[in-house]
Design a protein around this ligand. Structure first.
Ligand code: NVA
Length: 369
């Protein structure tokens, strides 16, 4: 029987993928792990709550449908999340938030490592139950193929004690002075990670320490994955004062080539692993949109420009307005498929974030021998 789940890296030929959906999306709640702000608004302006306007949902869904059509035209099987009412509150004995967020970014929640599917712990209250829209699919894969392994990482308490709420008010000087301590809005007591802080390089899994993944989270991933012969490498980008999710910072495109973010260099000691193994780190060009011009409710940076999705080691989907990036990828030997995706930005991600690859061709390779 053909494997249902098999994906070891970010670039091998894509066979099956989940594309997110903006249906029933809400504004992300304000909570200790997240203080969303309206771009360019006066300090203190309240962030909206509850369901997003239908026009914003329809506009994002139209672009997600464009991605689906492109992937299908390339022979990729596309799956979608189940409907989920994100306007329902999350309540546990320890906390509550008035609504959840959305199902646009499966990458944040789910990761495939070989034949294993891992549901991340998640780091924010509003996203506690965000695995639910993918459970039907997980059961389908799990029932169809006995080789599929399914792991749910330990759920953190998300109590007030798990967070350092003062983080949001730290002045820039403090962030600068402490940039090498890698302490953010989550503390180090519990196991915490979002799946999107990981990037898969065959035998080697790179994990960014961030606002959404702490050292205990990385420790859990090490103890879970290393007995299987994998190697887990924590990565640090000291100039990113609000790090979350590695795929706007360090994006592998094919064996030996990583697209890097010139504003967020990898810490010196960690570059060595790549350079001594003949990997080339290529800086992404300046995005075509400045941070101030990003969508009003978007909490991500202009570097969504580099959040590309690989269909194969030679084919990359990129946002249509990022012409300098297209030209660079073209020179590097890639066929670029530009598609409009700006209306998805307000949900925090672009093409890589809005997907979760379930099956790519290829086996586990050692790219760092
Ligand atoms: N935190 C990242 C977005 C990751 C999808 C950034 O704002 O650049």
């Amino acid at each position: 029987m053909a494997a249902q789940v098999n994906s070891w890296n970010e670039w091998d030929r894509l066979e099956e993928i989940v594309v997110g959906s903006a249906d029933d999306a809400c504004y992300e709640p304000t909570e200790p792990g997240n203080h969303p702000h309206i771009r360019n608004a006066a300090p203190g302006t309240a962030f909206p709550t509850g369901r997003k306007p239908q026009e914003a949902i329809d506009a994002a869904n139209a672009e997600l449908a464009g991605l689906v059509a492109l992937l299908e035209s390339q022979g990729v099987r596309v799956r979608r999340p189940e409907p989920h009412d994100y306007s329902k509150p999350v309540r546990t004995p320890e906390f509550s938030v008035d609504n959840q967020y959305c199902g646009v970014c499966p990458r944040d929640v789910m990761i495939t490592i070989g034949s294993e599917i891992i549901e991340a712990t998640m780091s924010r209250r509003g996203r506690f139950f965000e695995y639910e829209p993918y459970r039907k699919l997980v059961y389908e894969y799990w029932n169809a193929d006995p080789a599929v392994r399914w792991t749910t990482a330990p759920k953190p308490s998300m109590t007030d004690e798990m967070y350092r709420e003062g983080f949001w008010d730290w002045p820039l000087e403090k962030r600068h002075a402490e940039m090498h301590s890698f302490e953010f809005c989550i503390t180090q007591d519990e196991v915490i990670f979002d799946a999107a802080d990981m990037s898969r390089f065959g035998r080697d899994i790179m994990v960014q320490e961030s606002m959404t993944t702490n050292r205990q989270g990385i420790q859990w991933l090490k103890r879970h994955l290393e007995p299987q012969g994998l190697r887990v490498h924590p990565l640090h980008f000291p100039l990113d004062y609000f790090p979350s999710h590695i795929d706007c910072t360090f994006v592998p495109l094919r064996p030996g080539l990583v697209l890097t973010n010139p504003d967020r260099p990898l810490s010196d000691g960690e570059e060595k692993l790549f350079l001594t193994n003949d990997w080339e780190l290529v800086e992404a060009p300046e995005p075509t949109t400045g941070n101030d011009e990003m969508p009003t409710y978007c909490q991500s940076s202009k570097w969504l420009s580099m959040n590309v999705l690989s269909i194969s080691p030679t084919k990359v989907i990129a946002e249509e307005r990022e012409k300098p990036l297209h030209d660079m990828l073209d020179k590097l030997g890639f066929e670029v498929f530009p598609i409009p995706f700006r209306n998805v930005f307000e949900y925090g991600g672009s093409l890589h974030c809005a997907t979760w690859d379930v099956r790519r061709t290829g086996d586990r390779e050692d790219y760092f021998p």
